[in-house]
Design a protein around this ligand. Structure first.
Ligand code: MLC
Ligand code: AMP
Length: 504
């Protein structure tokens, strides 16, 4: 640790934290400062189009915003975006935010019924997708929806007013189940996302000299709100990879002299055993989040690469909350200290992590009852995660009060999977839980009561039309009965104690 610096503050000694990033206003207003200052610096690389400069992103997003405005979209309208990472996707995303549209980033693995739920709930006016099947599903869900490709192939329009939306206006609606129930839209304002990006700029010493290898999908907080927005906020550059492949990550790191890598623990698990893993020593910083990084993997990764991974903790509803320190000890198995601006308390027994701060969303889209439950009477957001702090103040996440399985960094809500399985005519009873798994962190398993053995492939085929593949059960146990308490509620912690009739 540097002499005199406080690891809990995260701040470099020279700079205080200002959640407004010096009164930037909206996200694109903050980004455009860099575009104006030095338009010739490179910003984004994708494998098909090579490098895009800051000025190119400014001009291209201006043009696409003109097209969207001409098509009748106006500030406050919602646009569902679901596409693989590419420069075109980034241009479309930036164009929407510059016009004041509210982006609903949506997983590309979603099936028709999952998309229909989001469309029915958020009522977007347009959708931007890169796949004909998903485009057809969206049109089926809402015949009035304008469905566009990532290039937004529409006639150009007159220059609209850009970057003028208020800081408090919504920027994103991220679908998540939160602590309970069906997926709901977490409404994040420009100010929320700006505060988080500014905290990360300071805490991770993220500068315009940094180059991020971005192999995460751009439809979740990690890839989009942290990776992409952080890059634009810092005036830095990023190399987009369409998917995660260890070989491609190593090649791109070398070819583009990357300085940063952000990943979920499954990615670190796959990188650590690669024969070229030691090449990652050249990076300035490796960051892990979205799921617990096992301390053993942290240590193995350091032995293989000399990188001490910096683990951090966040949520769709709050963007980033807690991080290990950049300059002081990064403690394996912990997520560190609250980021600048974030207040954190542990409440109840077992202690739940509750947070407050400029980064915390204002609530779920049109869900008054859920919002009453999500916040305490005195205004703290209940994360549904359980935690404790060690004597040095490092936070450890040691469980969840919410029913949630995290597989490879994707959230799976057992209830959603149980509902889909229950429609099977031979399934009399079902319970879905997460089982520890070295590669995925957790994998989805189903306990079934049924008159015969049902193989996992048959079960997956049955839910194929309803659930994205990452939600499918990977193991099925046929049992005599599910353990229930006196009120008839399934006791999920006792499921693995019963007699298994068949495993598939
Ligand atoms: C893919 N598959 C998964 C899976 N991802 N199964 C379970 N869990 C997952 N996460 C399955 C597919 O269904 C398919 O199986 C097979 O794996 C290969 O598919 P793929 O697309 O080629 O997979 P792969 O590229 O290997 O994907 C693994 C991964 C990916 C780790 C790269 O899951 C990923 O990008 N995860 C990151 C998710 C993320 O960004 N989370 C951030 C949430 S924000 P089959 O049998 O169907 O063919 C958040 C807040 C915060 O949590 O704090 O950051
Ligand atoms: P999401 O709803 O996809 O944003 O997922 C948020 C959840 O991911 C949190 O509530 C945590 O349960 C989990 N999470 C994120 N980062 C970490 C981490 N570093 N360690 C443990 N859990 C994490």
């Amino acid at each position: 640790m540097r002499e005199g610096s406080d690891p809990g503050s995260h701040l470099p000694s020279s700079e205080p934290f200002d959640p407004t990033a010096a009164g930037a206003g909206s996200l694109p207003a903050a980004w455009s400062r860099h575009w104006q200052r030095d338009p010739d610096r490179v910003q984004l690389h994708d494998p098909d189009h090579g490098w895009q400069r800051r000025g190119d992103l400014d001009a291209a997003s201006r043009r696409i915003a003109g097209r969207l405005a001409r098509a009748g979209l106006a500030a406050g309208d919602r646009v569902l975006i679901s596409a693989q990472a590419s420069s075109a996707l980034v241009v479309a995303h930036v164009a929407c935010l510059r016009l004041g549209l509210v982006v609903i980033p949506t997983n590309t693995a979603y099936r028709a019924s999952e998309l229909a739920h989001v469309v029915g709930d958020a009522r977007p006016r347009a959708a931007i997708v890169d796949d004909a099947t998903r485009a057809a599903w969206l049109r089926e869900a809402d015949a009035t929806l304008q469905v566009l490709g990532p290039e937004v192939d529409l006639p150009d329009g007159p220059a609209p007013r850009l970057d003028a939306i208020a800081a408090q206006a919504p920027a994103l609606i991220g679908y998540t189940s939160g602590t309970t129930g069906r997926p709901k839209g977490a409404v994040l304002s420009h100010a929320n996302l700006l505060a988080s990006a500014e905290a990360l700029r300071l805490a991770w010493r993220w500068s315009d000299a940094d180059r991020l290898l971005l192999a995460l999908p751009l439809f979740h907080m990690h890839g989009l709100g942290v990776g992409l927005h952080g890059t634009l906020h810092c005036g830095a550059s990023a190399v987009l990879l369409r998917s995660f492949d260890p070989e491609a990550v190593l090649d791109a790191a070398a070819a583009h002299e990357a300085t940063l890598f952000f990943g979920v623990p499954t990615m670190y698990h796959r990188l650590v055993d690669h024969p070229r893993a030691s090449e990652l020593a050249a990076l300035r910083l490796c960051i892990s989040g979205s799921a617990p990084l096992p301390a053993t993997l942290h240590q193995r990764f350091e032995a293989a690469t000399r990188q001490r991974v910096l683990e951090r903790y966040g949520m769709t509803e709050t963007a980033m909350l807690v991080s290990n320190p950049h300059d002081a000890e990064r403690r394996p198995g912990t997520v560190g200290f609250p980021l600048p601006g974030v207040e954190l308390r542990l409440e109840g027994e077992p202690p739940e992590i509750q947070v407050r701060g400029p980064n915390v969303f204002s609530g779920y889209w049109e869900r008054e009852a859920a919002n009453r439950e999500a916040f305490t009477d005195d205004g703290w957001f209940r994360t549904g995660d359980l935690g404790q702090r060690d004597t040095d103040g490092y936070l450890t996440i040691d469980g969840r009060a919410k029913e949630l399985v995290i597989s490879g960094g994707y959230n799976v809500y057992p209830r959603e999977v149980e509902d889909a399985l229950r429609a099977h005519p031979e399934i009399e009873d079902v319970a879905v839980v997460g089982e520890a798994d070295a590669e995925w962190g957790e994998r989805v398993v189903a306990y079934l009561v049924a008159p015969r053995r049902i193989e996992v492939t048959e079960l997956r085929g049955f839910v194929e039309g309803e659930l994205a593949p990452f939600k499918h059960p990977r193991v099925v146990y046929r049992v005599e009965a599910l353990p229930r308490n006196a009120l008839g509620k399934v006791q999920k912690h006792r499921l693995d104690q019963g007699r298994v009739l068949a495993e598939g």
